[in-house]
Design a protein around this ligand. Structure first.
Ligand code: GUN
Length: 295
């Protein structure tokens, strides 16, 4: 029997843990974690993400600070806002929604965020800390995948993990996290030779390629755990449908466990953003980190 890993239920559990911890912080110490989200421009998908982040932040009892700036905002003005948020003691997490309009230097903006408040884990300091196995802020999507894998397997030590995709946001940090769990890790990508054979060696297969339904059952070792990070909108029978990077029907027939799309990794990303904000708040106040919500 294949286990369908229910990311929606798992994310609800994580949000519940965050909410309970926030309530204790407020009640016992008068500290309310705060998340600032900066959106520049009118990108439709980004507007939906930012709205969802705001609603979830409020729901767990945190303060939400939204900054919506015009598409033509100058780099100087955006940097000034980031520096203002860095200095604001009521803000524990800062997220600048990507992509930014093309006239803005994303790397410069992200690297201006105080690394301790970088709840995306994109700042070069956090990338370096994660790469060297030190305490860092961990990107939300890979953190969510790790939580689900730990929950399903317990120890991941000695397992063969293949991550398909080498992005800075998912593939590379995912590989670092799995290495931290003592997996034997392969990062595969579009130039990998005999990708099917490489993937078929995986006990844990993470698909983060951004190509709809590319990973079919042929890529999956019988009994493997398949984590599908893809979120692709495709046209089917005159309607748009959300599909992952994994072809669910064929892959789930072979896998031991698999995350569906929708309802797998997706809901975990926002839950982990809230977890990271709580972690940042605890660290800023010299308090113990929330158990089970960090890497
Ligand atoms: N745009 C799409 N996903 C993300 C994310 O996780 N963080 C940021 N900052 N921007 C995004």
């Amino acid at each position: 029997m294949t286990t369908i890993i229910d990311g929606k239920a798992f994310a609800a559990r994580v949000r519940g843990q965050v909410q309970a911890h926030v309530a204790r912080l407020v009640e016992e110490r008068g500290i309310q974690p705060g998340l600032a989200v900066v959106l520049v421009g009118e990108d439709a998908a980004s507007q939906v993400y930012v709205r969802n982040k705001h609603a979830s932040t409020i729901e767990v009892g945190m303060a939400s600070f939204e900054h919506r700036l015009a598409a033509e905002t100058s780099e100087g003005d955006l940097l000034a806002l980031v520096r203002q948020l860095n200095a604001d003691r009521s803000v524990h997490g800062i997220l600048v929604q990507l992509p930014l309009p093309p006239h803005l230097n994303s790397e410069l903006i992200i690297n201006t965020i105080d690394p301790a408040k970088d709840v995306d884990g994109f700042h070069i300091s956090n990338v370096g800390l994660l790469g060297t196995g030190q305490k860092s802020m961990v990107p939300c999507t890979p953190l969510g995948c790790l939580m689900m894998l730990r929950d399903h397997h317990g120890s991941l030590s000695g397992m063969n993990a293949v991550v398909v995709g080498r992005s800075n946001i998912v593939g590379k940090p995912m590989a670092q996290l799995l290495l931290g769990e003592s997996c034997t890790v392969t990062i595969a990508h579009s130039r990998t030779k005999d990708l099917v054979a490489v993937c078929r060696r995986a006990d844990i297969l993470v698909a983060a390629v951004g190509r709809p339904e590319m990973i079919t059952g042929d890529y999956v070792k019988p009994g493997a755990t398949v984590i599908d990070v893809g979120i692709n909108r495709v046209a089917r029978n005159g309607k748009t449908k959300l599909v992952g990077d994994v072809e669910f029907a064929s892959a789930s027939a072979v896998a031991g466990a698999i995350t569906p799309v929708p309802g797998g990794v997706g809901p975990m990303t926002i839950a982990c953003l809230l977890a990271n904000t709580l972690t940042a708040c605890c660290r800023a106040n010299g308090l113990p980190e929330p158990e089970g919500l960090t890497a």
